[in-house]
Design a protein around this ligand. Sequence first.
Ligand code: SF4
Length: 65
Amino acid sequence: MRIRTDPERCIGAGRCFLAAPELFDQNDHDGTVVVLVDQVTGDALEGARAAVDDCPTRTLSLTEG
Ligand code: SF4
């Protein structure tokens, strides 16, 4: 699965970094999400799903491919 973001929606709430720090970081300039690993499988997929579910603005999504 691939992690997608919609940068227009991200408010830098940081919940994704807390849910999966191995997958997400924070932009130093505006605090918005930076995806560190866009193809996720196995255990990483669990973290990605948790981050998608926790994001208050629905910035994150998972797609096939
Ligand atoms: S949880 Fe959502 S709104 Fe918050 S930083 Fe992550 S992607 Fe952006």
